[in-house]
Design a binder for this molecule. Structure first.
Ligand SMILES: [Zn+2]
Length: 374
């Protein structure tokens, strides 16, 4: 497993932490992933049992960990079927993000980073703020000014600098990239090289997300028939897909589950492009949605996700705004309290369950505590 640029094929440099290829500006990626059951280290907690799958980390470098992973898989009834709910919202700051953030922060620290910026709708920012605090690293987090209050408070309590940006989610990334490329000559962080701890760009994130596939495989005792996942950037979806692909190539499962990415219809580029083709790009909107965590107009790894659909391994399903809070309430009635972004999986179950094979695994990505109505 190597990290290479998808555009020019150059390997990731041995020093520094570039988020894009320094030669051509391309996106770095690690694929395929390799899983070796004999190398699973059962003495380690959570995701670190699968350290051998984390390309880019020095073998013995100490981990930056808050106890992420090993989340419960709870079976509950929905629409007359038993569904396996993977409770990712029980991770340390209340979201699935930690699977990637723990690997990213360990990677940054192994390369000498002391100050890093991250942009997020809120959950990835809260997650990185926590891990930066754990690592003794300075963090600056860029979020939409409209991000949920509890997420903004989390970020500030962890001691990170919060930068609320007016405008869309895309405007937040633009503001951060400007800060990375034109660091302030004075003020906080002056003279220190600032890294971009991007959950979307940094390729070491995806193998972290893939650990959820290894856990589901162990918890069910095989591969599920279907995995249903909220998808904005689609990183968790891609990580799960590649994780099951690694299990298949290791001879541990016969086939990869049908992967279902769920998007808010108001901002559903992956659904639009996978059903209507690339020529429909002009029809993609970045509308307001309660599912703020999946409001991503231009997913960076859309190419890999659309290839997954073309290869017959998955699909995207859009969810109407009016169905989101109803989904949250239905999940809460089963003891599963999630934020609106997570709750979109309920409508996807309702729309598609009739044609999906058992066992069905559903990712519950963020805690209900993350959300408060404005
Ligand atoms: Zn390149």
């Amino acid at each position: 497993m190597k990290i290479t640029c998808l555009n020019c094929g150059r390997p990731y440099p041995d020093q520094g932490t570039p988020y894009k290829c320094p030669k051509c500006g391309g996106l770095f990626d690690i694929s395929p992933l390799e899983f070796d059951p004999t190398q699973v280290d059962k003495s380690q907690p959570g995701i670190w049992r699968y350290r051998h799958t984390f390309t880019g980390l020095p073998d013995t470098f100490p981990t930056v960990s808050l106890g992420e992973g090993s989340t419960p898989l709870l079976w509950s009834e929905a629409f007359g079927r038993q569904i396996a709910f993977k409770c990712e919202y029980l991770n340390p700051t209340g979201s699935f993000r930690h699977r990637g953030t723990s690997v990213i922060t360990t990677f940054l620290q192994s390369r000498g980073v002391t100050f890093a910026l991250e942009d997020s709708s809120g959950n990835a920012g809260a997650s990185f703020a926590a891990y930066a605090a754990r690592a003794g690293m300075k963090a600056g987090i860029y979020v939409p000014a409209a991000a949920s209050g509890p997420k903004r408070q989390q970020i500030e309590f962890y001691g990170a600098e919060l930068h609320p940006i007016e405008g869309t989610r895309s405007d937040v990334t633009v503001a951060l990239e400007r800060a990375i490329e034109n660091p302030s000559p004075t003020g906080r962080g002056a003279g220190v090289r600032v890294a971009y701890a991007s959950h979307a760009y940094l390729p070491v994130n995806i193998p972290g997300y893939a650990t959820a596939a290894y856990e589901i495989f162990e918890q069910i005792g095989g591969a599920p028939g279907v995995v249903i996942v909220p998808a904005g950037q689609g990183g968790l979806l891609l990580g799960l897909y590649r994780g099951f692909d690694a299990l298949k190539r290791a001879g541990l499962v016969k086939s990869i589950p049908h992967m279902v990415g769920v998007q808010a219809r108001a901002c559903s580029p992956l659904w639009v492009l996978s059903t209507a083709g690339m020529s429909a790009w002009g029809f993609v909107t970045e509308g307001q949605t309660l599912a703020e965590g999946v409001r991503v107009k231009s997913p960076l790894r859309a190419g890999a996700l659309l290839q997954m659909v073309e290869a017959g391994h998955g699909e995207f399903i859009p969810v109407d705004e009016t169905d989101i809070l109803r989904g949250r309430d239905e999940l809460a009635k089963r003891g599963l309290y999630v934020e609106p972004t997570s709750a979109i999986v309920w409508s996807a179950l309702e729309q598609a369950l009739g044609r999906l094979p058992d066992p069905v695994a559903v990712m519950l990505t963020g805690s209900g505590y993350k959300y408060s109505p404005h």
